[in-house]
Design a protein. Structure first.
Length: 450
């Protein structure tokens, strides 16, 4: 049975959202199972001279899974000089009064004042258009903090450290940037932001090769703040972008409970935003109260997703029922008459009960459990990737490492396309990706004889 459930090659991998950042002060390599990621060049933009030098002391590592387990993890290690560089940048924001303070991230000396600095890395983008974007935060106990985007470009093997947002604004809706390639195959980042003032105004901030090469001295650094602020009735403080991505020339910010906000990222004119509501039956206030409570009692990503499928945007929701076998899997496509977003309309293309998916070709033969489907993700070619929860493992106490079944269904052909295993998918936030596999093959694939 174990051999029958082992995939020949995984079409996806799961990159753990939390990055293993060196905070112990020893700067040791993470271990034999980790691989150093090649870096041909390093550049810093809008980060200050100390951070610019500190970047040279940063090294990225990856720990691949094997052929049967999909979990990957990233790590960041830094030299002592690099740690001191980031500490110096923090000192410029909030100068330490006690000059005896040491520069260790966690000080082993009990008799010396030591303001602990915590370094956190969160994966925002994994290999979308060949980019890995990490939100890197350095923070002291008393409030001083520095935030960056650490961008690794797989195409050029380059590493960039970028000021997270202009000083005059703060990111809203999501800290995850929209990323896209331009005509020269260089990357661009876009962040939704709000002006720090008594009257909040929303702006789009763009970090392009041009703005990075001509960093401004007015606090915006490598970012351009679009001059025209925008305000949509549908966008307020409660709007939370669960998913952020680009579609053709559009930036998309998707709130899985309400709808998506969009704008043309290539427009040279003032930024014009629009909003597209979710299908009527998927709006929480249109659902039966009991169903809406089930949906909102857990993260929206447990039952919903949105993404690019070929040349369109698709939306998936798994509507809960009293018995999970009767949960409804619904798939929608956003039709664009004449290619215009403002005329977009949702069209339902698939609907099936979970019990029907259990009867898809190859599902039973794979020995998979007849459990509820959770954490849907759309693959680029339209496959539906889900976690199949084995209810026989619950409600007993969580003990040790949990193995989760990951499946990709072809909803049109009604068959199981692929399945594999992952560690603790429901307990550890992960980013699902695909094309990084050739750069970092799984362990058993690397050990195979040539």
């Amino acid at each position: 049975m174990a051999a029958a459930r082992r995939p020949a090659r995984a079409p996806i991998f799961l990159l753990r959202e939390q990055v293993d950042v060196d905070v112990d002060g020893f700067a040791a390599e993470p271990g034999l199972e980790w691989r150093k990621i090649k870096c041909a060049s390093k550049r810093a933009y809008g980060c200050g001279e100390h951070a610019k030098k500190a970047l040279e002391g940063l090294t990225l590592y990856v720990r691949p899974g094997d052929e049967s387990l999909l979990n990957y993890t990233l790590a960041i290690r830094m030299t002592d000089e690099a740690r001191r560089g980031f500490e110096s940048e923090l000192n410029l924001i909030h100068r330490l009064k006690d000059t005896r303070v040491c520069h260790h991230f966690i000080c082993p000396r009990k008799d010396t004042p030591c303001y602990q600095t915590i370094a956190t890395g969160i994966v925002q983008i994994a290999d979308y258009q060949g980019l890995i974007v990490i939100f890197l935060l350095f923070r002291r106990d008393f409030g001083a903090e520095l935030a960056y985007y650490l961008v690794y470009d797989l195409c050029t093997a380059s590493l960039c450290l970028i000021q997270q947002a202009p000083d005059v604004v703060e990111a809203v809706c999501s800290i995850k940037p929209v990323a896209k390639r331009n005509a020269s195959n260089d990357f661009e980042l876009f962040v939704m932001a709000c002006q720090l003032s008594s009257v909040p105004r929303h702006f789009l901030c763009a970090c392009t090769p041009e703005t990075r090469a001509n960093a401004a001295s007015d606090g915006t650094g490598p970012w351009q703040v679009m001059k025209q602020p925008f305000q949509l009735e549908e966008i307020d403080e409660s709007f939370s972008a669960h998913l952020v991505f680009s579609f053709k020339s559009m930036g998309i910010w998707a709130d899985l409970s309400r709808g998506l906000m969009y704008c043309d990222l290539d427009s040279s004119d003032d930024v014009d935003f629009g909003f597209i509501q979710l299908p009527q039956e998927c709006l929480l206030d249109m659902m039966q109260e009991e169903m809406a409570e089930k949906v909102t009692s857990q993260p929206m990503e447990v039952t919903r997703t949105m993404g690019c499928v070929r040349n369109s945007i698709s939306f998936v929701c798994i509507d809960p029922a009293e018995e999970y076998a009767n949960d409804l899997v619904k798939m929608w496509t956003l039709n664009l008459p004449h290619g215009r977003m403002k005329d977009a309309q949702w069209k339902k293309v698939r609907e099936a009960r979970v019990s029907e998916l259990w009867r898809f070709d190859r599902f039973k033969e794979a020995g998979l459990p007849e459990g509820p489907l959770e954490y849907p993700v759309l693959t680029a070619d339209g496959g539906l990737c889900v976690v199949v929860s084995d209810q026989s493992k619950f409600p007993g106490p969580y003990q040790g490492v949990q193995l989760d079944d990951i499946c990709i269904f072809d909803m049109r052909l009604k068959r199981l396309r692929w399945h594999g295993l992952a560690h603790d998918y429901r307990f550890i936030n992960s980013v699902v990706s695909a094309s990084i596999y050739p750069q970092f093959p799984p362990k058993e694939a690397r050990q195979a004889p040539s």
